[in-house]
Design a protein around this ligand. Sequence first.
Ligand code: ADP
Ligand code: MG
Ligand code: MG
Length: 919
Amino acid sequence: MARPQAKATRPVPRRAPRYIYGFGAGRTDGRADMKNLLGGKGANLAEMSKIGLPVPPGFTISTDVCTYYYAHGRNYPPGLRTNVAEALRRIEKALGRRFGDPEKPLLVSVRSGARASMPGMMDTILNLGLNDRTVEGLARESGNPRFAYDSYRRFVQMYGDVVLGLKPESKDEEDPFEVALQEKKRARGVTLDTELDADALRELVGEFKALIKMRRGVVFPEEPQEQLWGAIGAVFGSWMNQRAITYRKLNGIPEEWGTAVNVQAMVFGNMGDDSGTGVAFTRDPATGENVFYGEFLMNAQGEDVVAGIRTPLPISALKDENPAAYAELVKIRRTLEQHYREMMDIEFTIQQGKLFMLQCRVGKRTAAAAIRIAVDMVRERLISTDDALRRVEPAQLSQLLRPVFDSTETKRAFDEKRLVARGLNAGPGAATGRVAFNAEDAIERAAGGEPVILVRIETSPEDIGGMNAAQGILTARGGMTSHAALVARQMGKVCVAGCEALVIDYRARTMRIADRPEVVREGDFISIDGSTGDVYLGQIATTPSEVVRVLVDRTLDAENAPTYRLYAQLMKWADKSRRLRVRANADQPDQCANAIAFGAEGVGLCRTEHMFFGEGKIEPVREMILAGTAEERRAALAKLLPLQRADFEGIFRVMAGRPVTIRTLDPPLHEFLPHDEAGQREVASALGISYERVRERVEALHEFNPMLGFRGCRLGIMYPEITEMQARAIFEAAANVKAEGIAVEPEVMIPLVGHPKELALQTDLVRGVATAVMKETGVRFRYLVGTMIEIPRGALTADEIARIAEFFSFGTNDLTQTTLGVSRDDAGRFLVPYVADLEIYPRDPFETIDREGVGALMRIAAEKGRATAPKLKLGICGEHGGDPASVAFCHELGLDYVSCSPFRLPIARLAAARAALGA
Ligand code: ADP
Ligand code: MG
Ligand code: MG
């Protein structure tokens, strides 16, 4: 046998782990697909450098360093300082400037950048490297002292806030730096930041430093190296600040991911009127239209556009300001779309006429835009139909079904002069609610069940919790790409931004509107239209969306409904890709019609008890419950039979041959009786029996734990005549409708089965009735009898149950209650903190299937059931059937269908398609 060569066995020399990845300056180490390591910003800066776009040189400190930092008591890995110094030297060389040099100082930005984009969550510091000496160098070199001191002023302000922690101390306090800035403008008699001269700015720098000294007890660091490491530490530190934690929680971003830090040579948009900065989307993020969409400000830096310091100009106006830069930008727009095959969100800066790219990432968009862009890009042959399905988040589809303001009410509001202002249409949809002026109050009001409109001068990441709690967001400042607008679109919230007529007083908790007498106080109602930007006083009723008007109300033709047509195209692709079938939970013919309009292929759950509350039905139901003998009970049930039969006929007609799963009576009987004396007396007199008898019966039916009490199949087992009547109503209806020439597929479903014998008892009964009805009517029809799997014993004995059942439907609401031992209706007190704070469950288990517990039981039941009966039909009819993550799980388990409420069907269809594509 050949001996292995010595060379092959020698250990490979271990290279020191790499912490730093450079971009620009002649060499680029990263790529777009290295987001895990470089964060989104770093990876895309590298990618843009690679494809030859003008990116200022810099380097990325990887997320590994963040992980190391937190694993080692906030210390850096050995060698990092040397690596940073080397990387910095490369930039110095490329640009011919030196960090800290008093003549030609290199200035840098220090930028965070996590794997998933977290807009504004982590803080960026610009113009780092300035101090009392380098600022003079910058002034001399640029011949523009105003520019130099403007940069210095900004740097001290950002550094003071982010690194040294000088922030407002209460929710009513304004930013202390902004107060000083406003004061300076007032003293100089100017209104815009750009009107402050070099002297004023130099004074401000001094005042800012004094403010820091006074309020934070620290001296502003003059030494650039100290500034740099302070900033790097602050970026890593900010990964664990409260607003980052909140954001991660809301968006399901794990803490382990960490953030990267980007250090990048500065370019200056504040060098004068031939300079500027802007943000843009390669397509309209609100509508998806294929137009270049963005905003810019001349003589401005960094976040000026987003923060709403001045109201920016639309990107098309750049054509006049600087035709060359505009032309280059338009070219880059095309390059980026062709390269990424996506709608991108970009940041750029123009320094003395020269264009630089500072960021690009996949752009956030509304649901309508997501669909339009996906469909358009397929037509433009940029992406495949599978890609298109991957591009639209299922949950976003609910935005398309969201109501808009009722047009007559809007007109009335207009006539009553309640349309008081107009801002930017930043987040589509219509919302009406009570005003709250800060996040805390918004959260509190929302928790009390009130609809809230959060009104802010501008929002910041601290407001995220409040934005989430609110129905809508209204801001006085900021553009279409402001923080408020971005976050609102992502959350699917209604938003009107940059409504400059608003005069908001946080301390007094009031809002006035320029040229109007009214004062809006906290708690007053206002209404905002995020599709037009209109702001109204008072409440306005809402009406259905375009898709709903076409499909459900049928008050709009598809030809006149462009959004609907895009939706329909996407759904067509989804239906082609998915394996799971979709059904609806529907109890009435009109609900069934809606369900079909939304794509239902059957009814997965028809709750017969909902019918009992219909007109003329509750009386015989009560009579049945109050009956003293089986005879009396039968008499009452005989009255119910024709009513139930008529209901089922209606449903079968609408469903026209699609399967309809009907569940026999499930809830505990006391739910049908009044619990107060007046109500009980009324029932007594209506039925001609004594009040005492009603009261005694209600008391006899009382249970300590009705959820686990006399309900489900237990009712039909103890009172077989109930199941008998229901089976008869179902089968007679089936026979009648079939005789009309309409196909029928009834499926009778027995609830809450834990023991095979329970199911056997009910099944025998149901089959007996079916045979009898076929004989009586002379109509033959197919039918199935199956069961819900909703208590653990049922799941665990599924092999036995499958000998009797022809289908299983997972009732995941009850299965979650019984598996977790948690009553959903009593869980609020602990389940919210369980999920939000303690992270015991990653998501609310009543919204998304708890895979490890409930999911494990489902898997057992599916496997055991199919071991006995390989063709056993499996479905789910709990609320989870419309939740994308749960739909994916059902796909994985190999279920045949999911069933959910009609309005969630589009979500289920898309989620099922994406599950099939492995998206
Ligand atoms: P965020 O993650 O909040 O978007 P960024 O790191 O992108 O923060 O930076 C904030 C602002 O500063 C952006 O407008 C960005 O374009 C600008 N900026 C960042 N680095 C530089 C730089 N080197 N030169 C000029 N502007 C910069
Ligand atoms: Mg940015
Ligand atoms: Mg149930």
